[in-house]
Write a protein that binds this ligand. Structure first.
Ligand code: ZN
Ligand code: ZN
Length: 296
């Protein structure tokens, strides 16, 4: 290991200054600053960031609300819903070239050698490097996220963005999108299935659109009757006001799948009783949080 560290330290690439918004502590707001980014090495893609979504995890991290299991290292630059345009690539990059529209999500590296990595499940790699607040193995310090004007990432962790997408609208797909898409695909949500989506915030918005696109019958649970119009516009077939016992009763035991996106405390048992069969799946934001963004 000593030899390896020695080699790495000699191979540190040079850096350049990027603009960013960072927080210096959990009690101060984000402020404009400059941060070091590495010049692209052989397999790196340098990206001009066009849009970056704001994920609830960004806020938790900035305020150090996960200090018990993932303490924040300051200064922090959050952001892991990144869409941008390639400005430069390293000499060994094969998948991208300058001008390509690309994206970066929650992770920027892994060890590439463990069983999870070899099974294309890098999100479960014990040595995964998160887009922000992870030790930066290349230039030291900690990784900085997408609240910045550029980022440099190994091509293995860069995704292609179809050019027919609204670029700003595509950014939330990188975390909120994959977090809702993944469990629904895994559990076979599709035509002939009745799906409940709890909450119509950022994740719920995505969940409704995906479930509708998969052909499922989509019911939105909400505590706000005034969200009905939005829910129907996004693709829901019905809405249920979860504080209304009669409306809840009408749907009891009828769902194949419920996607719960509410982060505030609420009655999970009552929702669970709405599933058709207790062996059916109930995926909550709480369990998602435990497994980190987009790791489901
Ligand atoms: Zn996130
Ligand atoms: Zn690994």
């Amino acid at each position: 290991m000593l030899a390896r560290y020695y080699i790495n330290s000699r191979m540190h690439p040079s850096t350049y200054k990027a603009k960013a918004y960072s927080a210096a502590s959990e009690t101060v707001p984000l402020a404009s600053t400059t941060i070091p980014r590495r010049e692209p090495t052989e397999r790196d893609v340098q990206i001009e960031i066009l849009f970056c979504g704001i994920c609830h995890s960004d806020l938790h991290s900035v305020r150090n609300e996960w200090s018990e299991f993932m303490a924040t290292n300051y200064p922090i630059v959050p952001g892991h819903e990144i869409v941008g345009r390639v400005t430069k690539v390293g000499s060994a990059v094969t998948k991208y070239k300058a001008g390509d529209l690309v994206a970066v999500g929650c992770m920027v590296d892994s060890d590439r050698t463990c069983a999870q990595c070899k099974a294309d499940l890098e999100q479960f790699c014990p040595n995964m490097v998160l887009t922000f607040n992870s030790p930066d193995k290349v230039i030291g310090g900690f990784t900085y996220g997408g609240y910045s004007d550029s980022i440099v990432v190994d091509e293995h962790f860069v995704l292609r963005v179809p050019t027919n997408l609204n670029v700003a609208g595509a950014a939330p797909l990188l975390c909120a999108g994959i977090t809702t898409y993944s469990p629904m695909r895994h559990w076979g949500v599709g035509k002939g299935k009745k799906v409940g989506v709890v909450g119509l915030g950022g994740l719920g918005h995505m969940g409704v659109k995906f479930a509708h696109a998969f052909g499922a019958h989509v019911v939105v649970f909400t505590t706000s009757p005034n969200k009905k119009e939005d829910a129907l516009r996004l693709g829901a077939d019905e809405t249920v006001v979860s504080r209304n016992a009669d409306e809840m009763k009408k749907h009891a035991g009828s769902f194949d799948f419920i996607l719960d996106t509410v982060s505030a405390d609420h009655d999970i048992k009552r929702l669970y009783q709405s599933t058709r069969c207790r062996r059916q799946s109930y995926v909550s934001r709480r369990s998602r949080r435990a497994s980190r963004c987009a790791s489901v």
